[in-house]
Write a protein that binds this ligand. Structure first.
Ligand code: SF4
Ligand code: SF4
Length: 438
């Protein structure tokens, strides 16, 4: 694609990066076929190619985004299916990230939307606040019946529909908090490795059992696990809201905390059980590339970051205990399959450990979770969830496995089949407890 940035514009490293990305696009449109919003809405401006044109126009003309541009960028899930499909290697992720930052900086949203986004950016990365808000949401759940349902994918979602979506996503009860930062779980038997395990923010409130299963399995296989004391939210949530300053500050804090831990006790890897977070941590090296104090450290952290299944593929797991022929529908989280290109490891681990693994039809399509998307765009998110659940039902599973808490909550909202994390099944197969929903 031909671009027309001025030399002055190209002196900005972000614009230079955008220029490189835009020039790689050959307008072929292959990406439209796998884009969930294009599949649902059929509007070229809700396709990757359409959005690329809108972003090009906005950046080249260097003018504030219009309401129309914001609408179509907001509808993008950042699922990155387009990157998997694109034959030209267009890095849509870095382009749309830049567009979101520009929108956040230059576009004045309606007051209710600004307040909602500010509240999400404040609450979600802070587990204590998130826990308190979930308790409040429990009290507010009876109000769901009074609020309008998300219905039209083409309509613009109202605040009331977004509040309804938030209440619907809140759990019936909250589990007790998991172990605090600073905890160290020694290896059982001969020590074979030492890792940090990302504590996560929403996940540690909604499902501390996931990291508990990871700790159980790792220590049982000779790996010491540390929950690093000064670790923060990885920044994914605010990054996707276009709040780049907040996301970078969190990235810097984490780089400092993890490298200090690596210095202190050694770290073979920084393990992540929430693939949405993993994708962003693996991108810290890019996010902080222009920061002289952090560029090298961020690259080091990105190289250490691994999805838990990626790490376990290199560990000799104990022979599985037999639990019968349990059929598991494997839901490939977008952040894992498109963001990190991890497609086989989770399925191979599950198969090797005695589960009958079924691929889900249309597995490339997002479930609609996508960070805060199911709150901000409930209409489209619900349609994607229902489509995903219908596809899952076709393989008649006993359980659904996924590697991302956002997907787990989203899918569980549309089915009665238990939704568990891949690591819970692997823990169970190698001597841990049978996973349930709570
Ligand atoms: S598939 Fe790639 S090159 Fe083709 S239009 Fe989409 S982003 Fe551009
Ligand atoms: S990230 Fe997903 S929703 Fe956004 S343009 Fe690409 S395929 Fe479409």
């Amino acid at each position: 694609m031909k671009t027309e940035f001025s030399l002055a514009q190209l002196a900005d490293p972000d614009i230079a990066e955008a220029d490189k990305i835009l020039r790689a696009c050959v307008h072929c449109g292959f990406c439209t076929a796998t884009c969930p919003t294009y599949v649902l809405l059929g509007d070229e401006l809700d396709s990757p190619r359409g959005r690329i044109y809108l972003i090009k126009e906005m950046l080249e003309k260097d003018r504030p985004p219009t309401r129309e541009v914001v609408k179509h960028i907001d509808r993008c899930l950042s699922c990155l299916a387009c990157m998997t499909t694109c034959p030209s290697g267009v890095n849509y992720m870095h382009l749309v990230d830049q567009a979101r930052v520009r929108i956040e900086r230059d576009y004045r949203r309606p007051l209710t939307e600004r307040l909602l986004r500010a509240a999400l950016a404040l609450v979600l990365p802070r587990p204590a606040l998130f826990r308190a808000s979930m308790m409040l949401a429990r009290l507010g759940r009876p109000l769901v019946a009074l609020l309008p349902e998300a219905e039209q994918a083409t309509a613009s979602p109202t605040l009331l529909r977004r509040i309804r979506a938030m209440l619907m996503l809140s759990p019936g009860r909250l589990p007790a908090p998991g172990p605090a930062g600073g905890s160290v779980f020694p290896a059982i038997g001969e020590k074979r490795g030492r890792v940090a395990l990302l504590q996560g923010c929403a996940q540690q409130v909604l499902a501390p059992r996931i990291n508990q299963a990871a700790v159980n399995l790792l220590t049982r296989h000779g790996v010491e696990v540390v929950l690093v004391r000064d670790e923060q939210c990885c920044g994914a949530l605010t990054h996707h809201l276009g709040r780049d300053g907040d996301a970078r500050a969190r990235a810097r804090a984490n780089v400092t905390a993890w490298l200090a831990e690596a210095e202190r006790g050694g770290l073979d890897a920084i393990l992540v059980t929430t693939s949405g977070c993993g994708t962003v941590i693996k991108d810290y090296g890019f996010m902080l590339r222009e920061d002289p104090g952090f560029a090298a450290g961020a690259a080091q952290v990105s190289a250490l970051a691994k999805d838990i299944t990626e790490y376990l593929s290199g560990v000799d797991l104990q022979p599985p205990q037999h639990h019968g022929d349990i059929v598991v529908a494997y839901h490939a989280a977008c952040s894992l399959q498109h963001g990190q290109k991890i497609t086989q490891a989770p399925k191979e681990l599950l198969s090797k450990n005695g589960f009958v693994v079924k691929d889900v039809p249309e597995s490339h399509l997002c479930c609609g979770s996508a960070g805060t998307y199911n709150i901000l765009q409930p209409d489209i998110a619900n349609k994607l969830r229902d489509r995903k659940v219908a596809n899952i039902a076709m393989v008649k599973p006993d359980m659904i496995a996924a590697g991302n808490i956002g997907c787990m909550v989203q899918i569980a909202g549309g089915t009665s089949v238990p939704v568990v994390h891949t690591i819970e099944l692997l823990d169970w197969a190698t001597g841990g407890p049978r996973p349930g929903l709570n």
